[in-house]
Design a binder for this molecule. Structure first.
Ligand code: MG
Length: 371
């Protein structure tokens, strides 16, 4: 059986929110809830213990309900974990920072397996930055980056080994549980952690993730009439067919729907507004060139295209064989990889003007993210 101690009794003063940073909501959920959910989803933990400040007790109780036992923490992380140890029922215990909500099921599994095998397991990431020692003003010494690792959580232990280590410790300012363990046994096992398992420490850390969560969705639709003596251009590709689409520009129905979806996502009206058909400059214009301008508009708003999904509605010609080249061409124009552009084609079963082969329609959905 595996128990988890989630440390939530810190003051979180470095994040400077004026309240415990674990109660800050991002992506619609508190940090604490997200962290706890990550362990629930893994399905590997059977007992949950959370260390809390007295003043946060009610707030935490409201967030976690009956899913976890709450233990009042102490002055330091060491004291908090020590207070929680008598409540452990599992033969393996993981200790995790409440402010690391991106912990993955794989990392949790690796931690448990390493602790079962060796008695201890701390996740580490090789340091890619050169580390110096100093006070932030004067450099004392270069530590380097060879053989240096950043330490993460969850840290896992056999319960009957970590409890004596905490009892043996003579002071309470150990940086983590691994150091308490090493202090008694001399040896501590580590395994490679996960770079995404970051700790939310400073206000900027939260802003980065809010940015990641800031995505916009837009929809677009277009339709053009099929006529003689016009080229049939779809997604910037010329399709051999006796008829082509009628319009002021090249009447590329798919690219128009995609552009409208992009503009709609950033509340920038539509292509008729930006490229009016009364403007001679856009007569016969390549829609792929106009797409470049739409990209500039969303770029100025601080967004970029993440993915696009579109469907072309045509009774004839059969488009199946052209979808790969349309996808490649449009993805290139959008500046995304082809696996982020899903294009489908359908007939309308002979119904309506599309079914009568009088015109072709397209609809598109675009997902935009903050640059
Ligand atoms: Mg159009």
């Amino acid at each position: 059986m595996v128990s988890l101690i989630l440390t939530c009794a810190g003051s979180g003063t470095r994040a400077n929110f004026g309240k415990n940073k674990l109660f800050i909501s991002f992506g619609g959920q508190t940090v604490l809830y997200k962290t706890l959910s990550a362990f629930f989803k893994s399905g590997l933990i059977e007992q949950y213990i959370i260390t809390v400040n007295k003043s946060d007790y009610e707030t935490v109780k409201n967030i976690v309900g009956d899913n976890a036992e709450l233990v009042i923490g102490g002055a330091t992380r060491f004291d908090s974990v020590k207070n929680a140890l008598p409540f452990i029922k599992g033969d393996i215990v993981l200790v995790h920072d409440g402010a690391r909500p991106f912990v993955s099921p794989t990392l949790i599994k690796n931690c448990i397996e390493t602790a079962e095998k060796f008695g201890s397991a701390i996740p580490v990431i090789p340091s890619c930055d050169t580390i110096i020692k100093g006070d932030g003003k004067i450099v004392d010494d270069y530590i380097g980056k060879e053989s240096l690792y950043n330490v993460q959580t969850p840290q896992g232990f056999k319960t009957d080994l970590i409890i004596p280590a905490y009892e043996f410790a003579k002071y309470n300012n150990f940086p983590d549980d691994g150091s308490v363990y090493k202090n008694l046994y001399g040896k501590l096992n580590c395994f490679i952690g996960d770079k995404e398992n970051v700790k939310l420490t400073y206000k900027e850390d939260f802003e980065v993730f809010n940015k990641i969560n800031d995505c916009r969705v837009g929809t677009g639709f277009d339709c053009h009439r099929l006529v003689e003596n016009r080229k049939l251009i779809i997604g910037g590709i010329e399709i051999p067919y006796p008829l082509g689409l009628l319009g002021h520009s090249d009447a590329d129905v798919l690219t128009h729907a995609v552009m409208d979806a992009m503009l709609s996502a950033v509340a920038e009206r539509d292509i008729g507004y930006h490229f009016p058909d009364t403007d001679e400059r856009f007569k016969g214009a390549s829609s792929i060139v106009l797409l470049e301008q739409v990209k500039n508009i969303i770029d100025k708003k601080g967004y970029k295209v993440q993915s696009v999904s579109a469907v072309i509605m045509a009774q004839k010609p059969k488009l199946l064989g052209y979808i790969p080249s349309i996808t490649d061409n449009l993805a290139k124009a959008l500046g995304i990889s082809a696996d982020k552009l899903g294009i489908g084609a359908t007939t309308l079963e002979g119904l309506g003007f599309v079914g009568r082969e009088e015109g072709i329609c397209a609809s598109a959905t675009a997902v935009l993210i903050k640059k």
